[in-house]
Design a protein around this ligand. Structure first.
Ligand code: BTN
Length: 361
């Protein structure tokens, strides 16, 4: 587990130069032995360190750590309204009950709220954290990114693996007037928004795999997890979680139990390194715009593009069902709720994302 002190050491090492154990120890006020211990933990976060006698430590691949101010600046450049760094989200009525000075009733749902940007070194999961906060505070427009998730979650109860400094793991909170049925297709709309953001940052060629994997040449480069808090009739609070592999060490790619790639491979040889702050800002801007559109019109404006971007549109596939059975067919498209429509001769069948997994047939 990386501690805040471990992160402050990594930030010093992020220039790629050698730093002696003595210098590092002096800046954090610890012994050299403790520094060495803390840096060993960096390896658990996927960072490769070199130690050379007489010269000290250096990071082999230098991460550009996320900087919330850089993200805010980039968002403003994109014309997005950004909340002040120290702005506090309003308490929700349930948390206000004993505070008569505050007005009752949830804050009105703005179509496009100012985005509040927060970057944390470490958290169990950015989505779990926003869901916890949602019980007390309004998380409409709250963007939370983490360098390192200790319990990152993927779809279908899977673990989401990332590397500190080499991934983007973030969540965005949003409120909708409508309920669960209305937001059923939201995770697919998010996929389209992420692809737009990647293209705008010079990363073309990423496709979708139903329901919301982001793939490049059939290898997974990212995933989306949309979670909902609320009842069937609404309003509902949604947490959109996005994980992207920006630059994964080869050893980590081998350890992940499915074929994966990263955005550095998408960019291609000789491309400049990916600026994670700018990419995060672009993603937040595209997501905010798409979530506002979705709030007004639902999935309909995204459906045709989603199908165009689907790597398996019109192709033969196999669906693995939760009971272990599988269904074969040709992908006819998605319906207005984001369900996959599979054709088998003249027959059509709809499948809801849930626990289903799609494979190439
Ligand atoms: C998947 O493809 O299985 C979805 C992966 C979603 C991962 C992101 S990373 C940020 C957010 N926090 C989490 O714990 N999960 C999502």
């Amino acid at each position: 587990m990386l501690t805040p002190l471990g992160f402050s050491l990594l930030r010093q090492l992020s220039d790629g130069a050698f730093h002696s154990g003595e210098d590092l120890a002096a800046t954090v006020g610890l012994t050299r032995a403790r520094v060495s211990q803390l840096l060993k933990q960096a390896e658990t976060a996927g960072l490769a360190l070199e130690r050379v006698r007489g010269r000290g430590y250096r990071l082999l691949a230098t991460p550009d750590f996320l900087d919330p101010e850089e993200v805010r600046k980039a968002l403003r450049k994109l014309g997005v309204q950004v909340a002040a760094a120290d702005a506090k989200a309003p308490l929700l009525p349930a948390a206000n009950d004993d505070d008569l000075a505050l007005p009752l009733g949830a804050p009105p749902i703005e179509p496009h709220p100012a985005i509040s940007v927060e970057v944390t070194d470490q958290v169990d999961s950015t989505s779990s954290e926003l869901l916890r906060r949602a019980a007390r505070r309004d998380i409409h427009g709250a963007l939370l990114a983490a360098e390192w998730q200790t319990a990152g979650r993927g779809r279908r109860g899977r673990v989401w693996t990332a590397v500190a400094g080499g991934s983007l793991t973030f969540s965005l909170g949003w409120r909708f007037e409508q309920g669960a049925g209305f937001v059923a297709g939201l995770s697919l709309a998010v996929g389209v928004a992420v692809i737009h953001a990647l293209e705008a940052e010079g990363l073309p060629g990423v496709e979708l795999k139903w329901p919301n994997d982001l793939i490049h040449r059939h290898l997974k480069v990212g995933g989306i997890l949309v979670e909902l808090n609320g009842d069937a009739l609404g309003p509902s609070t949604v947490v959109v979680g996005v994980g992207l592999n920006v630059r994964l060490p080869t050893a980590m790619k081998r350890d992940i139990p499915q074929p994966v790639s990263d955005l550095t491979a998408v960019a291609g040889r000789g491309a400049p390194p990916i600026d994670r702050n700018r990419l995060l800002a672009r993603l937040a801007a595209e997501l905010a715009a798409s979530l506002s559109t979705y709030a007004q019109h639902g999935f309909a404006p995204f459906a045709a593009e989603w199908q165009r971007r689907h790597a398996y549109q019109g192709k033969p596939v196999k669906l693995l069902l939760p009971d272990g059975a599988s269904v074969k067919g040709t992908v006819a498209g998605v319906d207005s709720t984001g369900a996959l429509v599979l054709a088998d001769g003249p027959r059509r069948a709809r499948f809801l994302a849930g626990e289903i997994s799609l494979r190439r047939a």
